[in-house]
Write a protein that binds this ligand. Structure first.
Ligand code: FNR
Length: 342
């Protein structure tokens, strides 16, 4: 299958497969505060990921680009939404645009529509420094996301089979680029071991990309003859992954993503240790089913809800959320006990 065809297949399957809704947030409960000593007006949504300053913790995570008209249009619409709501937007993997210069317009449109906004480039860990520089220049990007997607590649019939040397390639990219690098998963999560390795080479921001949302094992299995269905349930739920990342590297910026469905999920992710939250599948669905205006409205509503939730919890700033009392139950509690995290 050509890369271009695969791009549109991913979008189609992501919309069809949907999200499992088992990202672990259902096992996180806030302890209600009757005296929060806070007003909605006092709440400040601005946050930081490493040296990047964001006006709110929500961003549009990497989805598409490459191929032709369909991805161009989706990226154009997502870029308009990002501009109107003043949130960052990441594009999908740019390898296709690097290998086929005629496809670069499908990525560049994100910068054209959103001249002054925060745009993030995206490549896999197989990329060279030269390729990373082309990807960043293509978008005049403010940061580069490097995705780790072993399970997706293994499940993909035509995917990579060799994952050796990724850590040292990431290190080389970090040392040779002059913009921040965010290392991300794509829906299988990161545990303490992964985050420790990333921190050891100087990574300053990770997006845990946890299990419970868009499921690339299921999506790729749709395209296989003999199913690797054991990968369908593989991965670390997002809520747990945020806690693991924070435990492993308390001083790097953590982004929560993977199955984030609501403002409540975002606030839970932030209180577990994340500084921002990315959404991909749910935003794509709203955009495709209901259009640009509905997605803009949804994001603005979510920002308002974040203010209400933070007021209820007495958190005036995003960082204050990490101090709010919460209770972790069920499987998540069991997992954390087994992993020695309390
Ligand atoms: C993605 N995602 C993704 N990630 C990445 O780093 N590079 C990519 O090219 C893509 N492509 C892509 C296509 C489509 C159609 C979707 C829905 C997603 C993964 C995405 O950024 C995110 O990590 C996961 O989708 C989990 O988040 P959600 O969808 O559960 O919010």
């Amino acid at each position: 299958m050509t890369r271009a065809k695969r791009k549109t297949e991913h979008i189609r399957h992501a919309l069809k497969t949907g999200q499992s809704g088992l990202a672990g947030f259902e096992e996180i409960a806030f302890v209600h505060q009757s005296l929060p000593d806070c007003s909605v007006e006092q709440v400040e949504l601005s946050t930081k990921i490493g040296e990047l300053s964001l006006s709110s913790p929500i961003f549009i995570n990497a989805m598409t680009g490459g191929g032709g008209e369909a991805t161009y249009q989706i990226n154009q619409k997502l870029a308009i939404v990002a501009k109107e709501t003043e949130i960052p937007i990441a594009v999908g993997s740019q390898m296709s645009g690097i290998k086929n210069p005629s496809e670069r317009n499908t990525y560049k449109i994100v910068r054209t529509e959103n001249k002054h906004g925060m745009v993030w480039a995206n490549l896999g860990s197989e990329a060279t420094v030269e390729q990373a520089k082309i990807a960043v220049d293509m978008l005049e990007a403010n940061a580069l996301q490097i995705h780790l997607n072993t399970i997706q590649e293994l499940t993909m019939p035509e995917g990579d089979r060799d994952f050796a040397g990724a850590l040292s390639r990431i290190e080389t990219m970090i040392n040779n680029l002059d913009i921040p690098v965010i290392v991300k998963e794509v829906g299988f999560g990161m545990g303490m071991e992964t985050v420790q390795k990333l921190e050891s080479i100087g990574v300053k921001a990770v997006d845990v990309g946890g299990f419970g949302g868009t499921n690339f094992a299921k999506i790729e299995n749709e395209r296989r003859q003999r199913l690797l269905s054991f990968f369908d349930a593989w991965g670390i739920p997002t809520a747990i992954s945020i806690i693991e990342a924070k435990e492993a590297a308390p001083h790097i910026s953590i982004i929560g993503s993977g199955g984030i469905q609501s403002s409540l999920d975002i606030v839970k992710g932030l209180s577990l240790g994340a500084s921002a939250a990315g959404m991909a599948g749910r935003f794509l669905k709203i955009l495709v089913d209901q259009g640009i205006d509905s997605l803009i409205e949804e994001i603005e509503e979510m920002k308002n809800e974040l203010r209400y939730l933070m007021t209820a919890l007495g958190a005036r700033k995003i960082a204050d959320l990490q101090q709010v009392p919460l209770v972790i139950s069920g499987q998540s509690h069991h997992w954390l006990t087994e992993r020695g995290i309390d």
